[in-house]
Design a protein around this ligand. Structure first.
Ligand code: MN
Length: 688
């Protein structure tokens, strides 16, 4: 899919101000493009010192929470920590349980089963806890909307301390304490703490803010994991928490986390926000998705290296299982959609698909892959016992909450963000939902990529990575920078064994670099060896083979401008010829293929066809490959005339759609191509 590239306004003046203040060159370029134009502003933004962490005593109800916990500890009460099954929830449960056990509290935890119970507090679970002798429940990362559950707890003598970071509704649940920085009456100015961030603030307030240094040593690794995984804005207090937390993760003091890091990333890899987001969080999330969050929690809790190893293996195995379920389900969903819905569906509305065999733990990921594939929002529902659990993912520019609002009377529960949301729906309401969604049309934005700045080859040095790393930790509000690098030569393309990804060798100003292109269409990359491209990319350091080197992660590529223009012009010329429009004599002469071009093309197709005689490729890269292999002068339009003549004479069939060509060879005797209509017409036009 073609994405518009949006380059931020560059600010060379601010850049030189920042440079003169000691900010490294690439970081200065990026910060200037992000609107920072003074040294003091830059230093404020980059500050990761723990002194910027806001005092937890400003949080609402924090005193009430601490005194209720103190009472429970004094009286030897049994305390339960109740948390969510995602990484933010799990790290928060782990943090509070570890801390309570250190205080020798009688403490258990409860994580609802995603598959059986779904999200949030529920009365059945509270009842179980009460039966186990629990008299105080501390929630982490959830509970802010649990009005009824809180009422039940109150009536049944179970005390509740709710800690959460989700958006508050007008009514708060009745509890001993409701600690949430986003409460309307909150004096805590930083609203972007994660669930584990709030949990940390609770124990920090209990221990005293002056003890922040040792508390950070002990718990900031968990805070970093949850904050990064939950995609919290990476500014101010969060920068300080995550910066220190990543240092602690790299120190490796938490046995289970250390084992998981070793298993998820390469041996000597230094953990950063990217490794947490792409390698560690998905593994920790996987078991929760499949309904076994307790294994993950035990992994985070354990002090025993052997148990850590065993649990890591189990968690990684569950992750592989999750990936397989996800892939299988994705293919099933696509097949089902193509066969049953696609043709009767309007093109611009949201997709709705419903089924009772899909695992509810993967439908969110699949909805997001579907929306990417079909460039529209996607609603996916997994049905069980008359209730559907749904996931919605948006596509560029569409606020799905507005769509959901219009149909919300059909939902039992719903909530989320403008780009990702969830709901539950009674089975009998699904046909009505489907009808209503048919009348929703979405105003899609053109897909785009934001680019911070342009890098020339000579800016890439051995300091590049440490330069970029001065901007870490990355996350929302401080994204890892995206660069535009022009005139990059593609030297080698190796499809990877999994997914849609490519490993490449590229050259920038004569120097070779390894590169990755995730989602780069394994089977038909829109590029071939020898191409000169403009690329949007991120830059990463890799230390996996003993030495550290720079790796380029491609996000999008585009054939260098001139070559791309040539392709567009020639495709247009060919289409004019094919649809019988006017062609000048000169154009007709240039369109007449040479015999060597027929030969070269057929040889390429024979060599690259699969067992059924088919080849699929991007038209541009196929033709450039042919002309480079055979060392003939490239004309896209002439090659297409060859295809057309061969098709007319039943030597092959081909289809060309969105620059993708699919060719299938046919069995048949060689015939005289000169009698094909297209060549006859060309001859006629060139002679006039
Ligand atoms: Mn959370």
């Amino acid at each position: 899919m073609n994405k518009t590239w949006i380059l931020s306004d560059q600010n060379p003046e601010a850049e030189s101000v920042l440079l003169s203040g000691g900010i490294p060159p690439i970081a200065a370029k990026v910060l200037a493009a992000r609107g920072i134009d003074s040294i003091s502003e830059a230093k404020d933004f980059l500050n990761t010192d723990i002194s910027i962490i806001e005092d937890p005593n400003r949080l609402p109800d924090i005193d009430a929470a601490c005194s209720r916990i103190r009472k429970a500890l004094d009286n030897g009460e049994r305390i339960a920590v109740f948390g969510d099954y995602d990484v933010d929830g799990l790290t928060a449960v782990c943090l509070v349980v570890k801390w309570l056990r250190k205080k020798e509290a009688d403490c258990i935890y409860y994580i609802p089963n995603r598959v059986e119970e779904g999200y949030g507090l529920n009365v059945d679970a509270l009842e179980q806890l009460a039966q186990k002798g629990v008299s105080l429940v501390i929630t982490v990362d959830l509970g802010i909307t649990a009005i009824e559950e809180a009422l039940w707890a109150k009536q049944n003598g179970l005390d509740l301390i709710i800690t959460d970071h989700h958006k508050c509704r007008d009514d708060l649940p009745e509890a001993c304490a409701v600690v949430n920085p986003r409460r309307a009456d909150s004096e805590y100015s930083f609203k972007y703490l994660s669930g584990v961030g709030v949990a940390f603030m609770l124990v920090l307030a209990y221990e005293g803010f002056e003890n922040i240094e040792p508390m950070m040593t002990e718990y900031s690794d968990l805070v970093a994991l949850g904050t990064v995984s939950d995609m919290m804005p990476m500014i101010k207090t969060n920068r300080a928490l995550v910066h220190r937390g990543i240092q602690e993760i790299n120190r490796g003091n938490r046995v289970g986390l250390k084992a998981l890091v070793r298993e998820s990333a390469s041996e000597n890899a230094e953990v950063n926000t990217g490794i947490i987001g792409f390698s560690i969080a998905p593994r920790l999330n996987a078991a929760g998705r499949m309904g076994y969050a307790n294994d993950e929690l035990e992994l985070l809790l354990t002090d025993d290296p052997q148990a850590a190893q065993r649990l890591t293996e189990k968690v990684c195995e569950l992750n592989r299982e999750r990936q397989k379920t996800e892939n299988d389900t994705y293919h099933e969903v696509v097949e089902y959609y193509e066969e049953n819905i696609r043709n009767t569906d309007k093109d611009e509305g949201p997709i709705l698909i419903c089924n009772d065999t899909w695992h509810p733990g993967v439908i969110g990921i699949i909805a997001s892959r579907l929306s990417e594939r079909y460039a529209r929002p996607a609603f996916l529902i997994s049905l069980k016992d008359g209730v559907g659990r749904g996931s919605v993912r948006s596509f560029y520019g569409v606020n799905i909450l507005t769509i959901m609002q219009k149909v919300s009377h059909l939902f039992e529960t719903w909530g989320g963000h403008e780009y990702a949301a969830g709901f539950t729906i009674p089975e009998e309401n699904i046909p009505a939902l489907s009808e209503l969604l048919k009348n929703v049309s979405c105003e899609l934005e053109t897909p785009h990529i934001n680019i911070d700045t342009v890098l020339d080859g000579d800016m890439l040095t051995e300091n590049t990575i440490s330069d970029i790393n001065t901007l870490e930790p990355f996350g929302p509000h401080n994204a890892m920078p995206a660069f535009l690098i022009r005139n990059m030569e593609i030297k080698d393309i190796i499809p990877l064994g999994w997914g849609n990804s490519l490993r490449l060798k590229v050259a920038i100003e004569g120097k070779d670099y390894p590169a990755f292109y995730f989602g780069g269409h394994r089977d038909r990359p829109d590029m071939c060896c020898g191409d000169i491209v403009d690329a949007v990319c991120k830059l990463e350091g890799d230390r996996s083979r003993g030495e550290s080197f720079l790796r380029i992660v491609l996000l999008d590529i585009r054939l260098e401008k001139e070559a791309n223009k040539k392709l567009r012009i020639e495709l247009e010329l060919f289409n004019r010829l094919k649809t019988g429009k006017d062609i000048t004599r000169k154009e007709a002469v240039s369109l007449m293929p040479k015999k060597s071009e027929f030969v070269a093309l057929l040889r390429h197709i024979h060599r690259n066809s699969d067992s059924s005689g088919s080849v699929r490729a991007m038209i541009g890269s196929m033709l450039r490959t042919v002309s480079r292999e055979e060392n003939i002068e490239l004309s896209y339009a002439r090659f297409l005339v060859c295809f057309e003549a061969l098709a007319e004479k039943n030597r092959l069939t081909y289809s060309l759609e969105n620059d993708q060509i699919e060719v299938k060879l046919l069995e048949g005797c060689p015939t005289n191509l000169n009698t094909s209509k297209i060549l006859m017409r060309l001859r006629e036009l060139s002679e006039n």
